[in-house]
Each structure stands twice: as structure tokens, then as C-alpha cells.
Design a protein around this ligand. Sequence first.
Ligand code: FAD
Length: 506
Amino acid sequence: MGITLRFVSFVNRYDVVLVGAGIMSATLASLLHALDPELRLLLVERLEAPALESSAAVNNAGTGHAANCELNYTPLQADGMVATAKALSINAAFESSLEFWASLAEQGLLKPEVFLHRVPHLSLVWGAEDVAFLQQRHRQLSALPAFAAMDWTTDPQQIAAWMPLVMEGRGRDQPLAATRIERGMDVDFGTLTRALLAPLQNAGALDVMFGTTVTDLHRGHRLGVASERDWVLTLRGPSGARQVETPFVFLGAGGGALPLLQSSGIPEADAYAGFPVSGQWLVCGEPSLVERHHAKVYGKAKVGAPPMSVPHLDTRWIDGKRSLLFGPYAGFSSKFLKTGSLLDLPMSMRAGNLLPMLQVGVNNLPLVKYLINQLRQSEADRMEALRAFLPEARDQDWTLSVAGQRVQIIKRTPEGGRLQLGTEVVASADGSLAALLGASPGASTSVKIMLEVLERCFSQQLTTAAWRERLQRLIPSYGQDINADPALLARTRERSDALLGLVAAP
Ligand SMILES: Cc1cc2nc3c(=O)[nH]c(=O)nc-3n(C[C@H](O)[C@H](O)[C@H](O)COP(=O)(O)OP(=O)(O)OC[C@H]3O[C@@H](n4cnc5c(N)ncnc54)[C@H](O)[C@@H]3O)c2cc1C
């Protein structure tokens, strides 16, 4: 601490410091400002602009995950039924995101057309076993109000009407089946992140420091108030090092959240380690193809493949420009951020998380093998995987693009190390610090995840009439279960669609 202070240019205090300028911090900052416009917020980002890591549109798939088409959210159970609980909760979480964005649009703070596009979500499978699985999934989901609009077909002509390019040149040697939900979304999370931050900066509520890395955080006495303890963050930027103090820190640093959580020294951090998975896409901008595919088409992951590697062929809008994306091709890199260091993984190893990491490695050998195989893939292998979706795909129309890093959570549990493929909010017992670990479904459910941060760290404020009324205006269904009340679900969707201009495509 003494050494650090010698380089400190000034000390400043904020009500909230958010580390990392991705969709999570942007969403939390936006919620906090809406709930209490007096709060002084600081956002610290190591890169030169917002949303250059996982939240950048080119680094993720931009699917508004609502469990419409992602088959890994409804695994087949031993009794022959599919599990629907996860699909329902992800669907409801995405509706919360739409509700919040709709409220900001209503206030003139967001222009939905720059980041949100309506595009049908489809699942496509082949082979008798997978067709039977999809039929079972359709049977169960379409009986639920959230998925009542799901269509199903095994008719090649209908499938060709839904996704013409996918059927061109395809042999008729095995059974095919597809489901379709017309009200699906593509989201440019990079544009959304920037759009959420801009009005806060314009209102003077948010200071932003780019090119500045948080290198340490610890508990210290608040300046002049020895009885109160603040977080003291050391920041290193273009003009040297400085410190800022705050009663609340949010570590929205994506892959960089785990090292910072470990550096905070809170006991809750001890149970965690990270396992980075890298990814690549094939991207196509050829107008004659782009115009003929209007859908996100998700397939089924290969046996042994992790859920995040489910192949899909998507219509995308990136910075307003339409393209096609296929992938992801998973791989392994020890970096926690795309712009991170190969030392990220080794540097995150601690006495307390080494055994869980080894246990996860041993217990997930098919995953390790899968990732190694993916790394070995040649261009021809990648094109072959694409041709399972687009039989007539030509090499020259597709280029390889590197996706963001996903740091999957390894958690120490009484039963041993466990690999978790979702996200988890880790908060200190006193609610003064929260971090978001994990990757998926991530950005689509950012509003629900940040509401959890509020519930765990701002529970006192959430009991006040002012916060409750404002939150209810922002997210009218807050506190209610839209899956238990079909009328509420319909009202919620109608309101969001109207405010976000989400009319069905002709
Ligand atoms: C290949 C891939 C596909 C995906 N597809 C989808 C999808 O289709 N739909 C979906 O909803 N989600 C998807 N996701 C997940 C989604 O991208 C993430 O959940 C989301 O972007 C995470 O946002 P974030 O703000 O937590 O992190 P990020 O966007 O990664 O932002 C973290 C920021 O913190 C900064 N930072 C890190 N360390 C420090 C430090 N010490 N000091 C200062 N700044 C720091 C980084 O530079 C970065 O800008 C996908 C992710 C990947 C990788």
C-alpha cells in the first residue's frame, strides 16, 4: 500500500465504481441511475472504448437467448421427457431485458432499431433419434404459454420455405425436422452497451476512464471517517496510477472478473477458478446469400461437445450491416480475455482452487478431447461442418473471424470441483462488492442478472417506496412470474413489442 501511494496522483470517491465497460456494467449503471439519479458513478475500462471484449457484436453470436431454439436448454431426461425449467427461466429473463430496453426507448434514451432486430429462431435436426427429441421438445414447450407460438414440421417443403439456403443441394436420405418461433431477436450488444452509457455520461452522472486498468482493490478506511470502510481501487492509466474509493464495487470485467475477485480477498472468492474456451466463426457478407437467409438456425451439439459449441447459422446485424455467421468452432487458449495474457490461467491458480481444477479436468475428459480436436481443425474441416447446414456453401464466400473468450466457472463444492456453464453473481456478505463470473446465456439476460446484483447489494434501498416505484415503472412485471400468468405474459410482450417497434417481418 505504501509503495502504491507514492505513484498516486489523486484520490477520489464515488458512490459506485464499475470495472469493465461491457454490457453488464452498462446495464447496472443504467439501472442504478434510473433508480437514484443522484448517485455518482465511475466506470473504469482497460481498453480505449466500451464493448471491445465479449460484448462486441463480432465477438458473440448476438442471439437474444430466449430458449426458442437452443436445444441445450432442454436436455432429454431418463424418463423420455425434456426438462423445461431452464428454458422457461431464460425466456422470462429475456422478457425482462426487453421490458427494460422498452422503458428506456419510451423515455427517448434508447433507439431500438440500432441494436435490436426481429428474426425467427429455428431448430433444425436430422436423423431419427434427434427428430424424436425435437418432437418431444415441441410437444412439451408448445403446451406452455411462453412457447405456444412454436411451429413444428418434418415437411421438406415447409423447411425450405423457412430456410431456403439450408435445403438447397441437401439429400433426402435422412429424416429432417424443424421448429420455428417467429418472434426471435438478434441483438447487437456492442451498440447497446454504447447506447446505454451515452445518456448517463451526457447527464453528468457517470465518469468514464478508458485505457485504465484496475490493478488492485482492498478494504481501507474512508478518508477522514475512520469508522467507515470503503473499497480502495488502484487504477493504472495513461497518466500513471491513482486510487479511488467507493462503498460499492461491481466487477463487470468479463474474463477479468476472476483475477480481480481473487485480489479483493473476500472469502467468497476462494471457491472459484476459471476455464477459458475460445471460439471462431465463419462470416459471410455476400449480399445474394445474406438476403436469402432470414433466421437463426440452431442445430444439436455433437456427442461430447460442450453446450456452448452448438452449431448455428445466423442472420446478424452488426453496426446496422446485415451478414451471416456460422459457428462457433470452440478451442482452447489460456487467456481470460481476447486481449488478455497467456498467463491469465496459470496466474489464477491458487492453493484453494487447484484441486477442483484438476478434478474438473479428469471428470470432463470428453470436453478436453473435444476442444483439442477443435483446435486441430483445418479450413476444410470448418467448411465441412458448415456444409452440414449449407450444403452448397462455397469457400470464397466465408471468412474466419475470432470470437470472444468465455471463462467457464469451476466451483469448489463438497462433492469436488464442478464445471458450471452458466453465469453466477458472487457477492461479499456485506453486499459491498459483486462480481459476475461465467459467460452464457449472459448478455441476453443482463437485466435479470443485474437485478440480482441490486437485490443482493442494494436490498435496503430496494425496500424504499422511491426505488420500488421506479423499478416497477422500468420493468412492470418485476416481482411477478410471467410464466404463471398468461395474461401478464401477453401484456408484457405486447408492451415491449410496441415500444421497441418489434413488428413481424412480412
Ligand atoms: C463466442 C461467444 C458467443 C456468445 N454468444 C452470445 C449470444 O449469442 N447471446 C448472448 O446473450 N450472449 C452471448 N455471449 C455471452 C456474452 O457475450 C457475454 O455474456 C457478455 O458480453 C459479457 O459482458 P460483460 O460486460 O460481463 O463482459 P465484457 O463484454 O467482456 O466486458 C468486460 C470488460 O472489462 C474490461 N476489463 C477486464 N479486466 C479489467 C480490469 N482489470 N480493469 C479495467 N477493465 C477491465 C475488459 O476490457 C472488457 O471491456 C457469447 C460470448 C462469446 C464469447
